[in-house]
Ligand binder design. Structure first.
Ligand SMILES: [Zn+2]
Length: 210
């Protein structure tokens, strides 16, 4: 949005770019933020200022974890830094929202890897775009005996799972290495992030080997 427009109008236009926020809601939010700047408490640090600072802080400090691709503020994320997590099980997901959904189910305590997409050759998304060589190197150099491929239950997710199975199987350790997919409960074409926690937890517990 151009900086030359009226500041309130600019705020409304920016808010309206958020998912699920239409022009009306954007306008309501903008005027809610402005309320703290007038009348009682004017000039005090307001929600608008706090929010602006939080946004700038996130934009400056948050990056992707060098190990798993999750968001983090340092070199590695809190999940990768947590030594109590199982170093032998790796869960591969398409997006950070999927990681959060699985983590929210409380049914998984291993390690994660975020692909930031799924294989979609027609859209120009191949193994290089998803940096699958980095994932292969992580599994080769690590001590994983199981990989759970928790990609979405759609065409791209299935194709990605198949590709990952071939790519990662040779690098697994242990007596009985396995690669698994989430079990029933994940609807065809379904996206993980929209599943309720109980369904996701069960799909994880009843995962099937591929
Ligand atoms: Zn990480």
């Amino acid at each position: 949005v151009a900086r030359s427009v009226d500041p309130i109008e600019r705020l409304i236009l920016e808010l309206a770019r958020l998912p699920g926020i239409g022009r009306r809601t954007a306008s309501r939010l903008a005027y809610f933020l402005l309320k703290g700047m007038s009348g009682k408490g004017a000039g005090q640090p307001s929600l608008a200022v706090d929010l602006a600072e939080a946004l700038l802080c996130v934009a400056r400090e948050v990056r992707l974890c060098a190990v798993c691709g999750n968001f983090c503020a340092g070199e590695t994320c809190r999940l990768c830094s947590d030594a109590r997590r199982d170093p032998h099980t790796l869960c591969v997901v398409e997006g950070i929202a999927d990681l959060l959904a699985i983590e929210g189910s409380g049914s998984f305590s291993g390690r994660y890897h975020v692909l930031h997409g799924a294989l979609a050759p027609l859209d120009g998304i191949g193994p290089e775009e998803l940096r699958l060589d980095v994932l292969a190197a992580r599994v080769r150099e690590g001590d994983f005996s199981e990989v759970i491929v928790a990609t979405n239950n759609d065409v791209e997710g299935e194709a990605t799972a198949l590709y990952l199975t071939r790519l990662l199987r040779p690098h697994l350790k242990g007596e009985r290495p396995k690669i698994s997919r989430l079990a029933s409960g994940v609807p065809i074409g379904g996206e993980l992030e929209f599943l309720d926690q109980a369904t996701l937890g069960r799909a994880l517990a009843e995962r099937r080997e591929i």
